[in-house]
Design a protein around this ligand. Sequence first.
Ligand code: NDP
Length: 279
Amino acid sequence: MTNTVPNYTLNNGVTIPQEGFGVFRVDPDKTGRIVRDALEVGYRHIDTAAIYKNEEGVGHAIAQAAKDGLVEREDLFITTKLWNSDQTNATPAFEKSLGRLGLDYVDLYLIHWPTPERGTFIEAWKTLEQIYATGLVKSIGVSNFTVPQLEQLLAETSIVPAVNQIELHVDFQQPELRAFHAAHGIATEAWGPLGHGTINGSPELAAIADAHQKSVAQTVLRWQLQIGNILIPKSNSRERQAENLDIYDFELTADELATIATLDRGDEGRNGGHPLEVN
Ligand code: NDP
């Protein structure tokens, strides 16, 4: 199963498994077990964040899996994120994340939210550029940035973000942001790829899923893949983890992709683009 997830090449030449496993709202006490399941099921890319308070659990699962011969560190792609209140303090915040994960390096480090009211994301990015230069992080990127915020970042700093991790699902397809990313070599990484579990319930989507004898969740994830997004679905259930990885034996047609494009409600997403305190 693992080998069927394609590698996506980021703008600095680093490759990332296009589908990963997200651990937002995974209970810190259960994270070790749930990430172990995900590794056994075949995920090789894990997305966590300092604010999720479960980096230790991710780290334990990785260490144990390496000890058991399940997977080597270099075969994994680990993302974590700088929390908003640490934007002026990014180096120690990064070092703490590294310590909690028990790793020598992380694969991708993101500014979690721009929080423009703080006025500090440019400072944070310049520090991420310095951390990148040390080699302790293999790629740097941002999350939840809008087009104007990306424009400011590109104008005032040196490194183009490898990714912008944004809310993106069938109800909220973000065509303008995706086009901006494509024009600037920034990968689109979809968070909430299933719509946070409230998967679009339209008859059109159900019909497409039926035609391929797949679940609606699998159809949505396949759509994410085929439109070129990196996707990081989350599930506490080993069965649904496996279901979400079982999307490499079918292909949506151009007509089906066009139908799904019409389902975009273009709303503001789950929280109108504002950071949740627990996000
Ligand atoms: P998802 O779109 O991945 O949806 C997760 C929900 O869908 C859970 O309730 C899960 O329930 C359910 N689910 C999973 N698989 C299936 C399935 N096959 N059929 C039906 N239901 C299913 O939402 P998330 O918000 O978790 O986003 C994914 C990841 O994105 C996060 O874990 C995190 O890593 C990242 N993220 C990043 C943010 C950012 O600001 N950068 C913000 C939010 C998320 P169950 O667990 O019971 O299976």
